[in-house]
Write a protein that binds this ligand. Sequence first.
Ligand SMILES: Cc1cc2nc3c(=O)[nH]c(=O)nc-3n(C[C@H](O)[C@H](O)[C@H](O)COP(=O)(O)O)c2cc1C
Length: 189
Amino acid sequence: MTSKQILLGVSGSIAAYRACDLITALRDAGFSVTVAMTKDAHHFITALTLQSFSGNEVIEDFFALPGRVKPVHIELAKRSDLILIAPASADILAKLAHGFADDVLSCTALASDAPLVIAPAMNEKMYENKFTQENIGRLKAHGAHLVAPIHGHLVCSDQGMGHLAENAAIVAAVKKALLTQRSVSAKKN
Ligand SMILES: Cc1cc2nc3c(=O)[nH]c(=O)nc-3n(C[C@H](O)[C@H](O)[C@H](O)COP(=O)(O)O)c2cc1C
């Protein structure tokens, strides 16, 4: 059986450093992982690191020309069985909730009908902000699976709500989203 293809979107959160262990946990669970990172994610982690952990090319820029003829976001959307955004910044959540498509990650999400799992990570006030909550509510209403952040260490304060969920919870949500999708498509046939 071929392994399911997970597109891991890494956005500009301090929790981006956690992506390495998350990739390992996803691979240990039998998934193949390709990373797409936002421009600002580069402030927190390198493409080289993510590529080394995932074993696959990291998609950073859909305007780059590494010998591709077809638009990379369309190819990625077609081949991904699930899109997981972890950590999901307030900014990427706002973009996804409103259909923005100005970078490779948001554009791929818009071009895909695969299940979407979002794992936000941010400052407590940012997470509780009504706009962030509205954006998450909107994404959930359209079928996205939320892996809620937890109370834990935040760089801006000692403790607070907004710490990226544990990897085990994120991997469990990915498995559940794929299973739910399978039972929905089984009912359709
Ligand atoms: C040190 C530092 C840490 C940050 N951590 C977060 C974070 O955890 N979550 C978040 O939503 N934004 C965080 N930001 C702000 C984002 O990096 C910023 O909104 C960025 O434009 C997000 O871009 P992206 O969503 O395209 O990746 C942080 C900024 C700085 C300078």
